[in-house]
Write a protein that binds this ligand. Structure first.
Ligand code: ADP
Ligand code: ZN
Ligand code: MG
Length: 478
């Protein structure tokens, strides 16, 4: 008997608003603990929440990108539970009437065919605080409420995903979409994207679902994939042996690369949801939603297809360029109106990505703007510098922020295209390498490259390689 996996994901995305969901505290990350708190986000008695319009607009933007229907009427509910990082003892979320419902995301299946993963809902809620435990297990624990009340979008998928690789690609697609629409940076190290995965197995061809296991709070796509691969094996083994699975919440233990039980279904919370009496329902007009729809930027898949056609790029080029909308925009700004955009793409994929990785910086922090990169290409095209020198100039541009021409001027890197000057160096080289020259003339043509190298060395790499080849051959043959 063969089994197939049924996978559904719940993804929390932190929306990048300036202030929290229901108060005016800053959402700034990494500041002194409890420096961004007020009676509202500390849950003090009598404090009243006021909903942040920016969180709403970003929630709608994300919903539209996910092809959801945006509700003209949605309700905030209280999700009641006790935990030390939750001062109100309830989280404000959306339950029966979420902001976004019924969307989908297109992904490639493992055979490379397109398929839809349904989005059940994408609703707004607030984050909890953060517990900080002492290294000593008997030591104290601390709580930081800076994150408490920060807006989240929870995206819940239909159980439409079938393999760990599909789950990985789906998450990648979600992250790109949230970054393209600029509703979140999705920086996983800062916890701006967290995933709960649900997985069950069933007989291949069955329509019904098996008993699911939930793995909570993953903050790495690679770990999501590993945890799912582990679960596929574990559950298949149990089912093969004729045993039954019981519904469980599990955790992924990175050190063991295995999932371990956390709690059973019977221990599951009963949240006693009810509409928050402090907040009015969110009502939207058709026009409001349409305005945001019209401001939706080009989404990753459309950008890939357009760039590929418009600039004659390969699938690989657009795959990498469009993995970040900032990189894609950088490419377009540099390539726009340029005669061979493919050359610019190649430069970005090799040289630019190399320096970003080496320096661990983002494209925004790179001192070489698209215009400056174009200037460098102009210098190559007009033969002022060779391609090889251009790489060195580029590194200098990254370091100093100076323009290509400034650096070429400063370091005297202009390509030598003056015939007389090159002839002079070649004559010298021939005199200094009598034996090699004799070998060449005796038919050992291989030594030609050696002589070219000598000439380039003497000119510090600045002689035009084309002219050197031409003149040297002339002189040797004569
Ligand atoms: P719960 O009530 O336990 O939270 P939900 O019905 O809300 O469960 O579903 C939560 C997530 O689990 C969704 O992403 C959904 O697609 C997925 N899911 C539901 N049932 C299954 C199943 N049998 N196997 C795998 N995933 C499932
Ligand atoms: Zn506050
Ligand atoms: Mg649920």
């Amino acid at each position: 008997m063969s089994f197939e996996a049924v996978i559904g994901l719940e993804i929390h995305i932190q929306l990048n608003t300036q202030t929290k969901t229901f108060c005016s505290c800053s959402t700034s990350f990494g500041d002194k603990p409890n420096s961004h708190t007020c009676p509202v986000c500390l849950g003090l008695p009598g404090a009243l929440p006021v909903f942040n319009e920016q969180a709403l607009n970003k929630g709608i933007m994300a919903g539209l990108a996910l092809k959801c229907e945006v509700a003209e009427f949605s309700i905030f509910a209280r999700k009641n539970y006790f935990y030390p990082d939750l001062p109100k003892s309830y989280q404000i979320s959306q339950y029966e009437s979420p902001l976004n419902k019924g969307g989908y995301v297109l992904i490639n299946d493992d055979e490379g065919k397109k398929r839809k993963v349904g989005i059940t809902r994408a609703h707004l809620e607030e984050d909890a605080g953060k517990l900080i435990h002492d290294e000593n297990p008997k030591g104290p624990s601390f709580v930081d409420f800076n994150r408490c009340g920060v807006p989240l979008l929870e995206i819940v998928t239909e159980p439409d995903i079938r393999t760990p690789d599909e789950a990985y690609r789906f998450l990648q697609a979600i992250k790109e979409m949230m970054q393209y629409t600029e509703v979140s940076e999705c920086n996983m190290e800062k916890g701006e994207l967290r995933v709960d995965v649900n997985i069950s197995m069933r007989n291949f061809g069955d329509q019904g679902f098996g008993v699911k296991q939930e793995i909570k709070n993953m903050n790495s796509f690679a770990n999501v994939k590993r945890a799912l691969e582990y679960e596929v094996k574990r559950q298949t083994k149990i089912l093969r042996s004729g045993q039954k699975l019981i519904q469980q919440t599990r955790l992924f233990d990175v050190s063991k690369s295995a999932t371990v039980p956390m709690r059973m279904k019977e221990e599951a919370h009963d949240y006693r949801y009810f509409p928050d009496p402090d907040l009015v329902p969110v009502t939207l007009t058709h026009d409001q939603i349409e305005r945001i729809q019209n401001s939706l930027p080009e989404l990753p898949q459309n950008k890939r297809e357009r760039l590929k056609k418009q600039y004659n790029l390969t699938d690989y080029d657009v795959e990498v360029l469009c993995s970040s909308h900032k990189l894609a925009n950088y490419f377009e700004a540099a390539a726009n109106g340029y005669k061979s955009p493919k050359k610019i793409a190649n430069w970005i994929l090799s040289e630019l990505i190399r320096v970003l990785n080496e320096r661990r910086i983002e494209i925004d922090d790179c001192k070489v703007t698209p215009t400056k990169l174009r200037d460098l290409f102009d210098l190559m095209d007009s033969k002022v510098i060779s391609g090889k020198i251009a790489k060195a100039v580029f590194d200098d541009m990254v370091e100093s922020g100076q323009s290509a021409s400034e650096i070429v001027e400063k370091k005297g890197l202009k390509q030598v295209t003056d015939r007389a000057e090159i002839v002079k160096v070649i004559v010298e080289t021939i005199e200094e390498n009598e034996k090699v020259v004799r070998d060449y003339r005796d038919g050992k043509k291989k030594v030609f490259g050696f002589l070219v190298g000598k000439v380039m060395q003497k000119t510090h790499g600045k002689a035009s390689p084309k002219l050197v080849n031409e003149i040297l051959r002339e002189k040797l043959e004569s």
